[in-house]
Design a protein around this ligand. Structure first.
Ligand code: ZN
Length: 161
């Protein structure tokens, strides 16, 4: 079958940035599986995969707008050290999961100045043009439960079915 909304896709991918540096790859590990059309992966990659079938290989370059977005200075804030109680050895570059008005987000410590901590809520890959080398391994229809949950079920799933 061809990739369409509500299909489950398994694929291998290698992700590189504009300078050709490899950022991530599934090759040699489990393929990445996701539910198509549910916003589980970045829009640029999802669009490029629509209509492809198992065995297809493609290389797509995606602008930040269709990947992890552009940098927003409003997502950079200075907070007091007391926000991080229980964490010793705070370092620039450390990442935390935080709750924001837009849902859970990863924040990165950008600067430490005494008791003032600058946190950056931009995605680490914001502003990056990304290139994916993709091989589609399998395409199957999603089950009803998967559609209900908006994600796939498999070995990595912690609630069965
Ligand atoms: Zn589920």
């Amino acid at each position: 079958m061809k990739i369409e909304n509500n299909a489950v896709i398994e694929m291998h991918y290698t992700l590189t940035n504009k300078t050709g540096e490899q950022l991530d790859s599934s090759v040699g590990q489990q393929p990445l599986a996701y539910l198509h059309g549910a916003g589980n992966i970045i829009p640029g990659l999802e669009n490029a995969l629509t209509g492809k079938s198992a065995g297809d290989k493609l290389t797509v370059t995606i602008e930040p707008e269709d990947a992890y977005g552009t940098r927003d200075d409003e997502k950079i804030q200075v907070v007091g050290k007391e926000m991080f109680t229980g964490i010793d050895n705070m370092e620039v570059g450390m990442q935390f999961q935080a709750d924001s008005s837009a849902g859970p987000a990863i924040v990165t410590i950008a600067k430490i100045d005494g008791d003032e901590i600058t946190i950056d809520g931009n995605h680490p890959l914001a502003d990056e043009q990304l290139t994916f080398d993709v091989e589609v391994i399998e395409v199957r229809p999603a089950t009803e439960t998967e559609l209900e949950h908006g994600h796939i079920h498999g070995e990595a799933c912690d609630h069965g079915e």
